[in-house]
Design a protein around this ligand. Structure first.
Ligand code: NAP
Length: 248
């Protein structure tokens, strides 16, 4: 069945790969980004080339008005929503907690926790059958960091993803009766720009080599799990935390 979905942070990395795979399925995709309009335009072109429809929409997930506007824009373009991917997230340079500034901590939790909760709330409002929605699925993009803790790198980021896991468990119970499944994927070391944004462009390749599968993962390999969780093939999967991390 063709679907209408919205993906936050779809201009690059895992979000873009998910948008592209949704396009292969013929789905319509709201492509959110925050600063990189050129990259978002490329995602839109890739979704369309794959056979889907897409529209780019700027918005910061940690700003409530932006969140509301991006859901409105997706629905204005394609009609009622069937799925939402809570994917936008950031890291900061590797440091032990004792050296982290208050500003850094606030920014990580603003985007990764407050933003993710705002977006999930908005998706719940739009998808819930008792509110006029069609039901559907939410996929939260958490991280293996939630269970590893990321010592000496970013315990702030790891904790933010722990919050996402806990939200997944609770929201799955709140929204199941509303026809909405809520699941999370927990990627491991995936080759995207996020590692360079944390100051270590080679992080996925070097640490990936130490995983049981001996390599970093690709954004496409995570997208497969996300699109499966969104799809009707996962109709009885709710509240799951799916590791896509090579057994790490
Ligand atoms: P990425 O390549 O760095 O891309 C990040 C995306 O998020 C970009 O599209 C960026 O938009 C967007 N973004 C950042 N801040 C935003 C904000 N405030 N509002 C809206 N969009 C925002 O990251 P990635 O590796 O694909 O990561 C995607 C998700 O997977 C994140 O939640 C991350 O924590 C999680 N994850 C990644 C890995 C990994 O190894 N890569 C592992 C585990 C979990 P612009 O292009 O406009 O800047």
């Amino acid at each position: 069945m063709t679907k209408v979905i919205l993906i936050t942070g779809a201009s690059r990395g895992i979000g873009r790969a998910t948008a592209r795979l949704a396009g292969v399925r013929g789905w319509s995709v709201g492509v959110n980004f925050v600063g990189n309009a050129e990259a978002a335009a490329l995602t839109v072109a890739e979704v369309e080339a794959a056979g889907g429809r897409a529209v780019a929409m700027r918005g910061d997930v940690s700003v409530e008005a932006d969140v509301t506007a991006m859901f409105d824009a997706a629905q204005a373009a394609f009609g009622p929503l069937d799925g939402f991917v809570n994917n936008a997230g950031i890291v900061a340079p590797s440091l032990p907690l004792v050296e982290m500034t208050a500003e850094r901590l606030k920014r990580i939790f603003d985007i990764n926790v407050y933003g993710a909760y705002l977006c999930a709330r908005e998706a719940a409002r739009r998808l819930s059958t008792s509110r006029g929605g069609r039901g559907g699925a939410i996929v939260n993009v958490s991280s293996a960091a939630a269970r590893l803790g990321s010592p000496f790198e970013y315990v702030d980021y790891a904790g933010s993803k722990g919050a996402m896991d806990t939200m997944t468990i609770g929201l799955a119970k709140e929204l199941g009766p509303e026809g909405v499944r809520v699941n999370a994927v927990r990627p491991g070391l995936i080759d995207t720009d996020i590692h360079a944004s944390g100051g270590r462009p080679d992080r996925a390749a070097s640490l990936g080599a130490e995983t049981p599968l001996g390599r970093a993962g690709t954004a496409e390999e995570v997208a497969e799990a996300i699109v499966w969780l969104l799809s009707d093939a996962a109709a009885y999967v709710n509240g799951a935390l799916l590791d896509v991390s090579a057994g790490r």
